[in-house]
Design a protein around this ligand. Structure first.
Ligand SMILES: [Zn+2]
Length: 240
């Protein structure tokens, strides 16, 4: 059952197959129900999953249990940030998991922290009890793609928020403010229009740091990941 179908106007996003994009069609349904638009959009769960009638399609499958907790809000913040990433980078021609998904997960965590007073959500991602940061870093290349992530997620956990927050700390060590650091990560990197072939070069240009050097530096933060929780709020990062 379609629970909502709303259109958000956003000007001239140019995403996916060089099609002109005029907006985002958002639809949501309860997991277990028949998926809406199955024949047109396909078997989706939670994603920005294609283009129909020049609108990006945002699918939001909601679990029964999500109605009782704040995840449903986190999900919208997460998917909305993917639209922003695509908008800034003129679409996606790469699938760098830790940058795409790690950032969206960081955004959803900061959203819950600020707007729903839920600080445990982000803390859980930085919990050494459930995530093997050390082994994750040793197998870091897996976090560069969706397939790679899926193959190691159950072994080491999701270290992608940790990676983005570490990057923010490193930028602050370079002399940037906390706000500037997050703007570089959340905006400047995507504006550089990274693709499969050039993203490592773009990374080193935008962050003033070689990718391998960054991966090494993650070791400086793995012992106290909870210290990476930002002081700045989500609204402060994006305020003018
Ligand atoms: Zn996502």
């Amino acid at each position: 059952m379609v629970k909502e179908a709303i259109i958000i106007n956003s000007n001239n996003l140019d995403a996916r197959d060089n099609q002109q994009i005029n907006g985002v069609s958002i639809y949501s349904w309860l997991k277990g129900q028949i998926k809406p638009y199955l024949s047109t959009i396909g078997d989706t769960d939670q994603c920005i999953c294609g283009v129909i009638n020049q609108n990006l399609v945002m699918s939001l499958q909601i679990h029964n249990t999500d109605f009782n907790d704040s995840f449903k809000y986190a999900l919208v913040a997460h998917e909305f940030f993917h639209v922003y990433q695509m908008y800034l980078s003129n679409g996606f021609e790469q699938d760098i998991f830790w940058l795409i998904e790690g950032q969206a997960a960081t955004i959803e965590s900061l959203y819950l922290k600020e707007f729903l007073n839920d600080s445990n959500y982000i803390r859980n991602f930085l919990n050494k009890g459930s995530t093997s940061f050390d082994e994750g870093i040793q197998n870091i290349q897996y976090y560069e793609s969706y397939d790679g992530f899926n193959s190691v997620f159950e072994l080491y956990g999701d270290i992608t928020i940790f990676m983005n927050l570490s990057l923010a700390k490193i930028l602050q060590d370079q002399g940037k403010t906390e706000k500037e650091s997050f703007k570089i990560i959340f905006e400047d990197f995507w504006k550089s229009n990274p693709n499969r072939d050039n993203w490592k070069t773009k990374f080193s240009e935008i962050f003033n740091l070689e990718l391998n050097e960054f991966y090494q530096k993650l070791n400086d933060y793995k012992d106290s990941p909870e210290n990476l929780i930002p002081i700045i709020s989500l609204s402060q990062i994006f305020s003018d």
